[in-house]
Design a binder for this molecule. Structure first.
Ligand SMILES: *Cc1c(COP(=O)(O)O)cnc(C)c1O
Length: 235
């Protein structure tokens, strides 16, 4: 099976969106979200230049990531991280943990990093959709806690991540992305020494064009590259 057609299609859609938003000189990081997908298609994507891969479960990443060692450029963790899985995740050397969704999780991560004498880049996941079921820190809470994040010795905050509201309503989706962007501008203006608002990770297969229009510079694409996910299938 060849997925090159999907990859070409996505590349041209991204290019079009950037031209329309007058952002064609901006660098956009594309995360190929490989969860549930098999080794062969992932290899193909990496060889075709989609070499930043994202997984959302530590158990699954543990099996797959070592198989691609020296092939991918970056591995990003994008799913909810349970604190008892931090150690295993760190063994996989993620370039970026995108989904730190509470201060207490960041604190636990920091503790383990101190023991390992390592620094870890992270994004803070923000709940921009006001849905209780979603992971992510509430924006008001983040503004109250951002100084505490700044004091963590071994964690480097590089930006914010969000999942837009799951809806057909583009106005609502756009408002999530606008919100994240404003929040990141507000935090930038605080000039905190340990906090860089370098990345805005927003946009998935169904809404990445809106996200690019709203200033995203990191998009996370799964189904549009690899087809729909089958959670039952074995890897
Ligand atoms: C699965 C997942 C994606 C990719 O979703 P698609 O809609 O298939 O592109 C992006 N971000 C996160 C956090 C995910 O869990």
């Amino acid at each position: 099976m060849s997925i090159k057609t999907n990859l070409d299609h996505v590349r041209s859609q991204i290019h079009k969106a950037l031209v329309l938003s007058k952002r064609e000189n901006d660098l956009i990081k594309i995360i190929a979200v490989t969860k549930t997908h098999g080794i062969e298609v992932i290899k193909e994507a990496i060889e075709y230049g989609f070499d930043i891969i994202g997984e959302s479960k530590v158990q699954e990443a543990e099996v797959k990531i070592p198989l691609f060692k020296d092939k991918y450029r970056e591995f990003h963790f994008i799913g909810h991280l349970q604190s008892n899985k931090i150690k295993k995740l760190l063994e996989l050397n993620p370039s970026l943990i995108q989904s730190i969704d509470s201060f207490s999780l960041a604190e636990k991560l920091n503790k383990q990093l101190i023991e390992l004498n390592r620094i870890q880049n992270i994004l803070i996941e923000v709940n921009t959709s006001n849905e209780d079921s979603k992971f992510g820190i509430a924006p008001e809470k983040l503004l109250m806690e951002i100084n505490k994040f700044n004091e963590l010795s071994n964690v480097r905050v590089q930006g914010l991540m969000t999942i837009g509201t799951l809806t057909e309503n583009k106005v609502i989706i756009r408002s999530c992305f606008k919100y994240l962007r404003d929040l990141s501008e507000n935090i930038k203006r605080m000039h905190l020494s340990n906090i860089e608002m370098k990345y805005l990770s927003m946009g998935m297969s169904d809404d990445f064009i809106i996200a690019l229009e709203e200033g995203s510079n990191m998009i996370r694409l799964g189904s549009i590259l690899f087809g729909s996910r089958n959670y039952e299938k074995e890897i």
